[in-house]
Design a protein around this ligand. Structure first.
Ligand code: NAP
Length: 345
């Protein structure tokens, strides 16, 4: 009896443990089911071309995605002018119109939108938590399509002057500078495009580039050189913004990088177009990034965490085109859908 008792007790305990384990498992399975009901299925961070394409695909797959639009709804296309290279529009289409069309298309299929901005991110075993404004949201799958933001020169008083004769968006602010001289800083397609757009308003557009050759595509470069209202200033950097007594831009201080010669150039507005930085602050140290902060993907849209997918300029330092962003948004949504189906089986 004394030998049996422990065994019986032990047997009893095993049954009890097994029963407890089973009920714990079933509670766990049940609560996971309940949790997954309470959770979002797919959250998409970003509402540029990549995020909206992901939203169209996820919504058409009946996943009712929640799109967190962030600080710059519509992404970079919303601050651009005519887009001539998006397939399907032989006469081109305005960037903001293209974005509105995508937004409407995603909404038609059931995508939901919120203006909140993601500030933190925690991948868990079977789901992901993200902090949007001050609220933690839980989702089974996450698509990071947070894009890239305009880069600034890093000069004194720069952020104070934004909106007072300093901007990174000609489409938004160009019309305020009618019949006055302005300058664009940069030598890429954005700088060329901004300079050309500004000739509609400004009396003169200086294009200030740090080298003696544009980085912009030949077609854009040719258009710049053919426009007599644009004057390129080569091998030159801006070293200082010069505001007037009211705090509005009056001039820029320039330095020729070859001769070190300095001079002041009167301009009413400076349009900075020197590229973009990926919006990956919330993911640093949690998702893989390259030295410049771009997210690293595997197989086009996968991250190192199951259930977390990546699309668009946030991971693209090479192509950065609306159509490549759209393509990767599609891939991310299809991968997310496949991942979610796998969770259900
Ligand atoms: P980008 O091609 O990276 O060009 C940035 C330009 O800014 C370069 O000329 C660079 O000089 C200059 N720059 C960078 N940092 C600088 C600094 N600190 N001070 C002074 N100059 C600086 O960027 P992007 O023009 O925004 O274009 C990004 C992508 O979008 C590209 O793939 C482009 O083709 C595409 N895009 C296409 C279109 C179009 O097809 N219509 C329009 C806009 C953009 P360096 O040349 O010396 O490096």
């Amino acid at each position: 009896m004394s030998r049996m008792a422990p065994k019986a007790r032990s047997f009893g305990t095993e049954v009890a443990v097994a029963t407890t384990a089973r009920s714990t498992l079933s509670i766990f399975a049940h609560s996971r089911g309940v949790l997954s009901l309470l959770m979002e299925k797919v959250i998409i961070v970003g509402s540029g071309c990549a995020g909206l394409t992901a939203a169209i695909y996820a919504a058409r797959a009946n996943l009712s995605p929640l799109v967190l639009e962030g600080r710059q709804p519509g992404g970079q296309l919303s601050t651009t002018t005519l887009v001539e290279n998006f397939p399907g529009f032989p006469d081109g289409i305005d960037g903001p119109q293209l974005i509105m069309n995508m937004h409407q298309q995603a909404e038609t299929f059931g995508a939901r939108f919120s203006y909140s901005e993601v500030t933190d991110f925690e991948p868990r075993n079977n789901h992901v938590r993200i902090k949007a404004d001050d609220e933690w949201l839980e989702t089974q799958a996450l698509i990071v399509a947070s894009g890239a933001s305009a880069r600034w020169l890093g000069l004194e008083d720069e952020q104070k002057l934004v909106g007072h004769g300093l901007t990174s968006c000609a489409t938004c602010d160009g019309a305020f500078y009618k019949n006055v001289p302005v300058c664009v800083v940069g030598g890429g397609d954005s700088a060329a495009e901004e300079a050309l757009f500004l000739t509609r308003f400004a009396s003169k557009v200086y294009l200030i580039h740090r080298r003696d050759k544009l980085r912009a595509s030949k077609i854009m470069g040719d258009r710049v050189f053919a426009n007599k209202q644009i004057e390129p200033i080569w091998n030159t950097v801006v070293t200082k913004y010069v505001p007037d007594e009211k705090g509005e831009m009056r001039a820029v201080r320039l330095r020729n990088v070859n001769t070190n010669e300095e001079r002041e150039l009167p301009v009413a507005c400076v349009f900075v177009a020197i590229g973009h930085e990926p919006n990956t602050k919330a993911y640093q140290g949690k998702l893989e990034t390259d030295p410049d902060g771009y997210l690293i993907t595997r197989h086009l849209a996968e991250s190192k965490h199951p259930g977390v997918f990546i699309a668009g300029d946030v991971a693209d330092r090479i192509y950065k085109q609306a159509v490549t962003a759209a393509g990767s948004g599609c891939a991310a949504a299809m991968d997310a859908e496949k991942y979610l189906s796998g969770l259900e089986t």
